[in-house]
Design a protein around this ligand. Structure first.
Ligand SMILES: Cc1cc2nc3c(=O)[nH]c(=O)nc-3n(C[C@H](O)[C@H](O)[C@H](O)COP(=O)(O)O)c2cc1C
Length: 163
């Protein structure tokens, strides 16, 4: 058992890192049409009826306003060959959408190519979640590619499933 008392935040991150997740890119459009997006692994399912999902956004990030006020956003679930996409959308101050082919989802939220699944969500409920803002939203449209495998995040590293 490991728990580093000298750095409680690091210890919490390490323990949380034992929970394997998929990786998503959450996207929306600013009112002026500019696409915005970031890499997110806090995505999860909440409810089937009504169909609700959750994810959380660090409250200090620049796009909090856009995500708080947009009517729709999209969750792009990354496939196991999209590690570079995860890195790109986790990098600050670059043109994240440069050179990407996009489709427009509801509210013109950008849909990325070659993902495992896509969820188009109506931005309904937001909760204060400490240093994050939690979004609980209704899934309005969704689709998936059963032949693709997901990119996995575990222990702070990217993994792929053994096929
Ligand atoms: C694997 C991974 C998962 C992440 N999950 C989240 C998350 O759930 N919520 C969040 O706010 N940031 C998360 N981030 C960090 C953001 O992607 C990163 O801060 C990004 O640069 C934010 O976009 P911005 O700089 O354009 O605001 C994650 C990063 C990585 C690499």
């Amino acid at each position: 058992m490991t728990s580093r008392s000298d750095n409680p935040e690091r210890a919490l991150r390490d323990s949380l890192g034992m929970f394997a997740t998929g990786i998503t890119v959450v996207t929306a459009r600013a009112p002026n049409g500019t696409p915005v997006g970031l890499t997110v692994n806090s995505f999860n399912s909440v409810s089937l009826d009504p169909p609700l999902i959750v994810w959380s956004l660090a409250a200090h990030l620049g796009n909090v306003e856009v995500f708080s006020n947009c009517e729709y956003y999209a969750i792009n679930v990354l496939a196991d060959d999209q590690q570079d996409m995860s890195q790109r959308f986790a990098t600050r101050d670059i043109d994240k959408f440069a050179g990407l082919e996009l489709r427009d989802g509801l509210g013109r939220a950008p849909l990325l190519n070659d993902c495992c699944a896509w969820f188009e969500c109506r931005n309904t409920i937001r909760h204060d979640g400490g240093d994050h803002l939690m979004f609980v939203s209704e899934v309005v449209r969704h689709t998936h590619e059963p032949a693709r495998s997901p990119l996995v995040y575990f222990g702070g590293q990217y993994r792929t499933l053994a096929r």
